[in-house]
Ligand binder design. Structure first.
Ligand SMILES: [Zn+2]
Length: 182
């Protein structure tokens, strides 16, 4: 049984932010990231891609998280990278603030900071109506949304590339610790 759903941020039509170094979108780059995390323990993960929905964003998110719930997962991790001014840098994890989501965020945020060595922007709590909030609140399983680095900053992209294997391993070990009750 799938323990963790890895949900790729954005969708094929609206692919999110792009990396300044190579123009790769969140949808593209995070799809590879999801596959690389899954490769650490293929039976543990299902990768879910969001599909743009004619009824709009809320339906797109709801469908992805209903899929995760139907698999009976213990947690969901939605994969993104950040965008902003060229000076913005660092790693952050969004949480709904529920007990399970906070426990997962508390494992995954320091793991990513350790892997990338970028500034620790911390764990950020988002309500349902906040940006990214629908992803945190739509499913039954504890959910986090990760922003390991800023695609808008060259040095952040380079850190993500240089430490890619460490990043995927860190995220995997955090998920494993979560499902093992750490
Ligand atoms: Zn995004």
């Amino acid at each position: 049984m799938t323990a963790v759903a890895l949900i790729v941020g954005h969708n094929a039509r609206a692919q999110g932010a792009v990396r300044v170094t190579d123009g790769r979108s969140e949808y593209d780059w995070c799809g590879d990231l999801a596959a690389a995390i899954r490769d650490h323990a293929p039976g543990m993960y299902t990768v879910i891609r969001r599909q743009s929905h004619p009824s709009g964003y809320a339906s797109e998110i709801r469908n992805a998280y209903q899929h995760a719930d139907a698999l009976g997962v213990s947690a969901t991790v939605e994969l993104h990278f950040n965008g902003g001014p060229a000076t913005a840098t660092g790693t952050e994890t969004l949480t709904s603030g529920t007990k399970g989501s906070l426990r997962l965020a508390g494992l995954i945020q320091p793991a990513m900071v350790g892997a990338l060595g970028l500034r620790d922007r911390g764990i950020v709590t988002r309500g349902r109506a906040d940006r990214g909030g629908a992803s945190l609140w739509s499913g039954r399983a504890p959910a986090v949304l990760i922003e390991p680095y800023f695609g808008s900053r060259e040095a952040d992209c380079q850190a993500a590339d240089r430490h890619y294997a460490a990043l995927t391993g860190a995220i995997h070990r955090a998920c494993l610790a979560f499902i093992n009750g750490a």
